[in-house]
Design a protein around this ligand. Structure first.
Ligand SMILES: N[C@@H](CCC(=O)N[C@@H](CS)C(=O)NCC(=O)O)C(=O)O
Length: 207
């Protein structure tokens, strides 16, 4: 049985939920609360010594780091495959995942913490950084192709997570202006992955 430790609205965790949904896997969510500091409690640190969300437990296997989790899921549960067969294309998928993890998600988290939730002081640069990260991401969208790298892949799951966050917080009209991006987002929404990427609330959530 697959269990995911998730505290909404963790973007890295929703990236994992996107893959679980796309593959139609059965899983349960172990609700965590950032406010309560659940991710820093000794019991959780035994699973994930980094004290970050998400962690996935598949029977007795404990895996953390969202990109490692998603590659594990793709190899362990290969239908539908979310990695190309070609090694250069696989490298491209990983490059986009890294871009999302290190630039796009970080700009989003920075904006949410400083501008939306105001739990960290703003330096007034958050929107500029977010705009730059969206522009950087848009370079990966090719108008001639439906998805970022060949067939729908882990790269699209990573992108769906960032784009659904922009939509959720009302930033899409301002930041997703190009036709190619709007059309790409519309295609993503047809995938089950978008449901996982868009899971911002949990029933009986403790957060
Ligand atoms: N590289 C990690 C990043 C995970 C991460 O930063 N998660 C955030 C939530 S989106 C977190 O747990 N932050 C709490 C903290 O660092 O104290 C991954 O890909 O899983």
């Amino acid at each position: 049985m697959i269990k995911v430790y998730y505290a909404p609205p963790s973007i890295y965790a929703r990236k994992v939920l996107a893959v679980l949904e796309e593959k139609g896997l059965d899983y349960t969510i172990e609700p965590m609360s950032f406010q309560a500091g659940d991710h820093k409690k000794a019991e959780y640190l035994k699973l994930n010594p980094n004290g970050e969300i998400p962690t996935l437990v598949d029977d007795d296997r404990v895996i953390y780091e969202s990109t490692a989790i998603n590659e594990y899921l793709d190899e362990e549960y290969p239908y539908p495959s979310l990695m190309p067969k070609d090694s250069f294309e696989r490298a491209k998928v990983r490059m986009i995942e890294e871009y999302c993890d290190l630039h796009f998600y970080r700009a989003l988290i920075n904006y949410l913490l400083k501008v939306v939730k105001k739990v960290v002081p703003s330096d007034g640069e958050e929107m500029k950084r977010l705009e730059e990260s969206v522009k950087g991401f848009e370079q990966y969208i090719n108008e001639e192709e439906d998805y970022l790298v060949g067939e729908f892949s882990l790269a699209d799951c990573a992108a769906a997570t960032a784009l659904s966050t922009l939509e959720k917080f009302g930033l899409a009209p301002e930041l997703l202006k190009t036709d190619k991006t709007k059309r790409y987002l519309a295609r993503l929404k047809l995938h089950a992955a978008y449901k996982g990427a868009n899971l911002f609330e949990l029933e009986n959530q403790t957060a």
